[in-house]
Design a protein around this ligand. Sequence first.
Ligand code: PLP
Length: 284
Amino acid sequence: MTRTVYLNGDWVDETEARVSIFDRGFLFADAIYEVTAVVGGKLVDYAGHAARLKRSLAALDIPMPVSEEALLTLHREIVARNALSDGGVYLQISRGAEDRDFLYSDALRPTFVMFTQARAVLDNPKWKTGIFVVTMPEGRWVNRQIKTVQLLYSSLAKMEAKRQGADDVLFTEDGVITEAGSSNAHIVTKDGTLVTRALSNALLHGITRASILDLARAAQIRVEERGFTVDEAKNAAEVFLTSASAFVMPVVAIDGQPVGNGKPGPLTARIRDLYIEDRLANAI
Ligand code: PLP
């Protein structure tokens, strides 16, 4: 069965949806996107994703194509139209289509696309096993706080990680870990402190990151927001990644070296439980 997708105000079958080759999202990665998890037909952490979407658009000076209320209605409608129980809603807004030029005109109207993807969000087999990652030099652009579709380097790095037999990459810069390929990276020190990089333009301001930090603090878990080195990560008690796609993912090896005892750690599991319990209760 094909999906019903949203394209510039219309609901169309996925096989019928067409975007111009002159779309600046296609030609310049001049676009932003969001992914919101859906569990039991409900949107998880929606407010954070909607707020970041507005920030990303404002940063690129792309007008918001619909009102905030309409945006939530569209999210709910696409979930309903596709009878989506578990998975995610992918949304992309580009600056629009016109003949190719680095300079764009005032006449542009954004291209707005949404589609659903079904996935067993709460039944991720890798939560039990953890995943393997390898480190690589950070090579993405400097305004990483904007969630743009400029994902070429990440894609190439993930392909390379796969070639090396790993599931994901940890980007490093000046010896410090910036992020993973498409998630924020965190460590748990041997004394049980959760350490995560402080917010700056050098990393995406993960919605899941913000949520787990709030939940950890509320649960009296010590939290430090500071950079941590590759060595610190390799010698940490636990390492984990956060994203709307995988929530809280344990990392059990870095560059072939086991983290802790090479198994997913207890604080990682606790934080995932806290996240799932709280955010599902508040899913809308
Ligand atoms: N960092 C990067 C580079 C990402 O691509 C993502 C998600 O796609 C994240 C962090 C996690 O952000 P969020 O928790 O909002 O999904």
